[in-house]
Design a binder for this molecule. Structure first.
Ligand code: IVH
Length: 707
């Protein structure tokens, strides 16, 4: 199968480091922009497939050039933040996402990677389950002593919406489990709607003059996430159980398939197409079979999920940021259609990037009506020679807005002219340039508005980011409000947000008298702002919108520095080649690209001034240590010698999970040395420096995985 690429760019295998660095950076920004559009604006401009392709290319680059593997800002976001209407439920165990693969080769790679991580010998067996990937919405059902007590949507993976009342109306979900389930059992699975029910529902919607649902998944989501459970009750929803969260005192089986069988015995619906397989070839064979059945299944599936069967191995494999190492989704290829390109609109993002968006004659692709699509960037438009008026081929998979593949030349109108990409910002009129890489002399694919501090589009986008859910999380200060406050001059900088209420007191026209506001909503907004004067350090760092510093990197910086002052001091001194730069660079997971961006941000005098103003208003609080109880949290560990019971990767992942940092060499900063068989000079050095050393067995003990 052909691998979908982000665009026709150079294969990663042929890239030089400089090209990879640029592409990595560009992809990072593009992905972050899509994340923002998807999660904060509910207005994605690309299809799932396109988005996946970007992430994959990003990942491929990091794999080939591990020195770039740092901007993990992107690898964390999982889903949408819960809507405000429902009560929130904190998941005892986070509900994470799955990595995707698209080709047989990648399945082979996945299996090989798992085997390598576990250090399995060539002939050691490895059982895996293969099950359909249901295209619905995931839901966590908490049973205590066999009784359903709560049901929650995934939300952002950490906190979801309480949909207990709604789930209680679903006939397929037992209110009481049969047999003898564990005292606490969080069952996770997919809520979905069948095709027949979806069409019937839409017919009813149409009759009632209500909006139609785009696809069964949206219909299922819309039906479950109803404040009025009576509406949910009137909509036929189904469920398949395929995973679990908290379980106590223990799981009913030691394998994935065993647990699923137990779920079935408790009376929960499980998917009948789940199979146990042993090699990549067998997995792929099953995938083909399921793909053939796809059209005749009564519900939507968008791929096949493979999971390592043995739970002890799942635990050893653990997670990387947002997805398990022990599972992967093998997605089906995307669907295509053609339509007419009516116009190209240029959007200006937070970093000034000019992004072209295709406006299309609405067309149905795989059951979804599509009117917008991404055109990626200037080079892509030129390379494909896409012209306004052209009939274009579109592709989408699974989600709302697809990508333009290219024009259908036979249908090109005689007067269609090549598209000229603007060289000025459509919002502020500043020159829009493509940065030239100092080392390679090549132009960046992204054209950026140079009016960083004068461009209203950039300023507005920065403010939106600052106040957004994952950043400062200021309720009532959404996109629309920010645009309004910005345009009337009330809020121009982040610091302005915090002086709003004070200024309002002396204002003639008060907020409460403005259109869209009243006594209560004005008071609520001031209250929400007040409540954010001591933001968690990681959120504050993320909110600043430093390039390449997404949530994950913000957390890394916060954890490493502990306080904003410490970060600022080091970053200010972080000239290239300096010790300070090296310190940032050496934070586990952070690398040169991020270190450079952080240094650039703090060394820019205008940012300094804005920060001073902001820090006069807010005081970030140091972040809570994530693994406070771990005996090695916050420590720096060096592994040396041969490890017998785990691979290096696994040891490192374990340390990561426990909140420890792993360093390559022993120094005064090392807290612990784990010495395997045949450890030599590093062990000697540790002894010389009086650093604590432990054996591999003792390390496993510490890590809670003793024999
Ligand atoms: S396992 C830690 N199995 O796909 C892994 N997920 O793209 C938990 N999904 O969030 C997920 N069918 O909503 C798993 N058989 C299946 C699935 C499945 C559908 C959804 C689920 C998940 C998303 C990840």
């Amino acid at each position: 199968m052909k691998k979908p690429k982000a665009h026709g760019d150079k294969p990663v295998a042929e890239m030089t480091l400089a090209q990879a660095r640029r592409e990595h950076r560009r992809l990072g920004e593009e992905i972050a922009a899509h994340d923002a559009r998807y999660y904060q604006e509910d207005a994605p401009t690309v299809s799932d497939a396109e988005y996946d392709a970007l992430r994959r290319r990003y990942g491929e680059i990091e794999e080939k050039f591990p020195q770039l593997s740092s901007s993990e800002s992107l690898t964390k976001t999982v889903g949408a933040k819960p809507s405000e209407k429902f009560a929130k439920v904190r998941h005892a165990v986070p509900m994470l996402s799955l990595g995707n693969v698209f080709s047989d080769e990648e399945v082979v790679e996945f299996v090989a990677r798992v085997r390598r991580f576990l250090g399995l010998s060539e002939d050691a067996p490895l059982a895996m389950t293969a099950e359909p990937k249901i295209d619905g919405l995931s839901c966590s059902l908490r049973y205590e002593k066999g009784e359903l007590v709560t049901a929650a949507t995934r939300g952002d993976g950490y906190e979801g919406e309480d949909v207990t009342a709604n789930v209680r109306t679903m006939r397929e979900i037992p209110a009481r489990l049969e047999g003898s389930p564990p005292d606490v059992l969080e069952v996770r699975g997919e809520v979905y709607m069948t095709h027949a029910d979806f069409f019937a529902l839409n017919a009813r919607q149409e009759e009632a003059g209500k909006t139609l649902f785009a696809n069964p998944r949206n219909a299922a989501a819309g039906s479950l996430r109803q404040l009025d459970a009576a509406i949910t009750a009137s909509r036929p929803l189904h469920f398949f159980a395929y995973a679990w969260g908290e379980v106590a005192p223990q799981l009913p089986a030691r394998t994935q398939h065993g647990v699923i069988e137990a779920f079935a015995a408790y009376g929960l619906p499980v998917n009948p197409l789940t199979r146990l397989r042993h090699t990549a070839q067998e997995l792929v064979d099953h995938y083909r079979r399921v793909e053939e059945m796809r059209a005749s299944l009564p519900y939507d599936i968008d791929g096949v999920v493979y999971k390592v069967d043995e739970i002890a191995l799942q635990e050893r494999l653990g997670f990387v940021s947002r997805a398990p190492r022990w599972a992967v989704a093998h997605k089906f290829p995307a669907q295509e259609a053609t339509t007419v390109l009516r116009g190209i609109e240029i959007q200006v993002g937070r970093t000034g990037a000019l992004t072209p968006v295709a406006r299309l004659d609405p067309v149905t692709v795989g059951g979804v009506v599509v009117a917008n699509a991404t055109l990626h960037n200037e080079d892509e438009i030129a390379r494909k020679d896409v012209r306004v008026g052209d009939t274009v081929r579109l592709r989408r998979a699974g989600d709302v807005i697809p990508q333009v593949l290219g024009p259908v030349l036979e249908k090109r109108p005689a007067d269609a002219a090549p598209y000229v990409f603007p060289d000025h910002c459509p919002v502020c009129g500043s020159a829009a340039l493509r940065e030239i890489d100092a080392k390679t002399g090549e132009a960046d694919v992204v054209r950026r508005c140079t009016g960083v501090l004068v461009c209203p589009a950039q300023a507005i986008e920065r403010l939106k980011h600052f106040a957004s859910r994952d950043a400062m999380d200021i309720e009532g200060l959404g996109e629309k409000q920010i645009e309004q406050f910005f345009n009337d001059g009330t809020i121009r900088t982040a610091a302005d947000i915090f002086t709003l209420s004070e200024r309002d007191r002396t204002q003639l026209k008060k907020l409460k008298d403005r259109e869209g506001y009243g006594e209560v909503s004005a008071r609520n907004l001031f209250g929400a702002i007040e409540a954010r004067r001591a933001p968690p350090l990681n959120r504050f760092i993320y909110a600043l919108g430093i390039r390449h510093v997404g949530e994950t990197n913000a957390r890394r910086l916060a954890r490493h520095f502990g306080s904003f002052a410490a970060l600022r001091e080091t970053a200010r001194a972080a000239a290239p080649e300096s010790e300070a730069r090296a310190e940032i660079n050496n934070i586990d997971g952070v690398g040169p690209v991020v270190a450079e961006a952080v240094a650039d941000f703090f060394m820019e005098p205008r940012n300094e001034a804005a920060l001073d103003a902001l820090l006069a208003q807010v005081e970030p609080t140091p972040m809570e240590a994530i693994v406070a109880s771990s005996p090695v949290a916050g420590k720096t560990i060096v592994f040396t010698g041969a490890l017998a019971r785990m691979t290096r990767d696994e040891a490192k992942a374990m340390a990561d999970r426990l909140g420890a940092k792993v360093a390559a060499s022993v120094s005064k900063k090392t807290d612990l040395v784990v010495a395997g068989e045949g450890a030599g000079s590093k062990l000697a050095k540790a002894r010389e420096l009086g650093i604590e050393t432990v054996s591999e067995e003792e390390w496993l003990e510490l890590a809670g995985r003793g024999a």
